[in-house]
Design a protein around this ligand. Structure first.
Ligand SMILES: [Zn+2]
Length: 499
């Protein structure tokens, strides 16, 4: 339940400037863990993917995963960062049951990537988000609290620990304080996280599924009166697990901090939790200062010193940024700026691209994904890519329209049947007799041919064995490639035979 006072957003904006900061953790999709050869595959039997290194047993020695370092460098290059010629790992010391070593192997003052920036598009404007660093670290295990009502530790009987995730490679990407966003700060934060997600996907370094935790975002915000250059006290909202929540959580925090400052109070520096259901944040622990972790260089790992040749080679593998890619696709597809903005906001870009790749007209692909399928996804409360219809199937439906086999109205019905799992669009059109047959002479020719090829069957149907007509109907359907209604065929056969 929300107990905090909040101020109207526009009123806060009239008095204060928000300064945001984002920390995004990206789980890499390497086959093995950061410092050992254990598998990283998701969903295995608990504790089946562990070894002395990732369990932190005494004497176990870690070795750096070269594929993870390559991904880290590629991410840094995609974020326009400088790449360290020499850097070390550090121990971040803390005790928590999901971290058996009692320290996390991370990077502290020597990150592998630093001083970058990305350009994020919002409403036809481009904002530059400055990047402080992107560093390598390892994930922790997972705790499962059993017996409580909510799955939280409070009220639980006992906790179970699964260390399969312990040691999975992570890249933490940290922005510098982002200023000058004004009232658009929450939307820019959302657009930035969306940019990172799309960029990571284009790089192929992560699954970037926010709901599964392979992309996690902590969002900081502070307020300062207009004209003041020093930063206010910030709060950090943890593990906001959707793009929409990034925007909403920041908007809420701005309204909450505004109410505190306007009443003469002081914002407390702390970690906060976002409650998706009630759309508010609540206080977590007060934020540790960096020195509480007693960082020191990791003595068991050799420094990472990527050669300039290797970095140059990796630089050749960086795809265009999502912003550049959108501009390119928009031009190729002939979409208006508003159409492209809606497509991006509707999470339909990749789906439309895949539909166009199977030969569909871009505007037709846009129409299906942005209207009928968006409506169906909303009705189910799922994201568009979970709607149960694939780009190839949308392409097939449009091909059926282009071939004159079905019309728009029937196409919508067919999509519903595809979604229900009835099979491919062509199959559905054939099975349900949904095709529009315009060419009566072609159909009559097919019927005549079937009768000529099956004289015995034709004779028994004529003699009153109506069920024998199935063979003839089947022959006609094959001849017509299914683009004909079975009942129409039956009537035509009967009419021909009684002529
Ligand atoms: Zn291991």
């Amino acid at each position: 339940m929300n107990v905090d006072a909040v101020m109207d957003y526009d009123e806060v904006m009239a008095a204060y400037e928000p300064v945001i900061g984002l920390e995004v953790h990206v789980e890499l999709n390497t086959a093995s863990k950061m410092f050992c050869s254990c598998s990283t595959s998701f969903g295995a039997e608990p504790n089946s993917q562990t070894c002395p290194v990732c369990l932190g047993l005494p004497g176990a020695l870690p070795v750096v995963n070269a594929a993870a370092v390559a991904s880290a460098i590629r991410i840094g290059l995609a974020l326009n960062c400088s790449i360290a010629t020499w850097c070390r790992f550090a121990r971040k010391n803390y005790f928590y049951p999901d971290m058996t070593k009692n320290f996390q192997t991370s990077q502290y003052d020597e990150p592998i990537c630093f001083d970058g920036h990305v350009e994020v598009e919002l409403d036809d404007m481009v904002f530059t988000v400055p990047i402080e660093r992107a560093h390598m670290e390892e994930d922790a295990g997972k705790s499962l609290h059993v017996g409580g009502a909510t799955g939280r530790i409070q009220g639980a009987d006992h906790s179970l620990l699964d260390y399969n995730r312990a040691g999975v490679p992570l890249i933490e990407i940290v922005t510098k304080p982002v200023t000058g966003c004004g009232a658009k700060a929450p939307e820019i934060a959302r657009a930035y996280v969306g940019f990172l997600r799309d960029m990571m996907r284009a790089l192929g370094v992560s699954d970037v599924r926010m709901e599964q935790g392979s992309l996690r975002c902590d969002a900081n915000v502070s307020l300062r009166p207009h004209g003041v250059t020093t930063l206010g006290t910030r709060t950090e909202t943890k593990n906001v697990n959707s793009l929409r929540s990034v925007e909403r959580a920041l908007r809420y925090e701005i309204c909450r901090q505004g109410a505190i400052l306007a009443s003469g109070g002081k914002v407390k520096q702390e970690t906060r939790h976002w409650h998706e259901d009630g759309e508010y944040t609540s206080a977590g622990r007060s934020k540790e200062q960096a020195e509480d972790y007693r960082y020191f260089p990791e003595p068991d790992l050799v420094p990472v010193a990527p050669s300039p040749e290797w970095v140059a080679e990796l630089a050749t593998t960086i795809p265009p940024s999502p912003t550049a890619r959108r501009a390119q696709l928009r031009q190729q597809w002939g979409f208006s700026a508003a159409e492209m903005r809606d497509v991006v906001a509707g999470e339909a870009l990749d789906l439309i691209e895949a539909t166009v790749e199977v030969g569909c007209d871009p505007q037709a692909a846009r129409k299906w994904w942005m209207t009928e399928l968006t409506r169906r996804a909303n009705a189910l409360g799922v994201s568009l890519d979970q709607v149960g219809v694939t780009p190839a199937q949308v392409g097939e439906v449009q091909a059926l329209i282009d071939e004159g086999v079905i019309n728009d109205k029937v196409a919508r019905h067919v999509l519903g049947l595809v979604q229900a799992g009835d099979g491919s669009p062509r199959r559905i059109v054939a099975d349900h007799g949904l095709a529009v047959v315009n060419d009566q002479s072609q159909l009559q020719a097919a019927v005549d041919q079937a009768l000529a090829e099956n004289p015995d069957v034709a004779e028994s149907v004529r003699a009153g064995k109506v069920q024998a007509a199935g063979v003839l109907i089947g022959a006609v359907m094959r001849q017509m490639k299914g683009q004909v209604d079975a009942q129409t065929v039956r009537r035509l056969i009967e009419a021909t035979l009684t002529d």
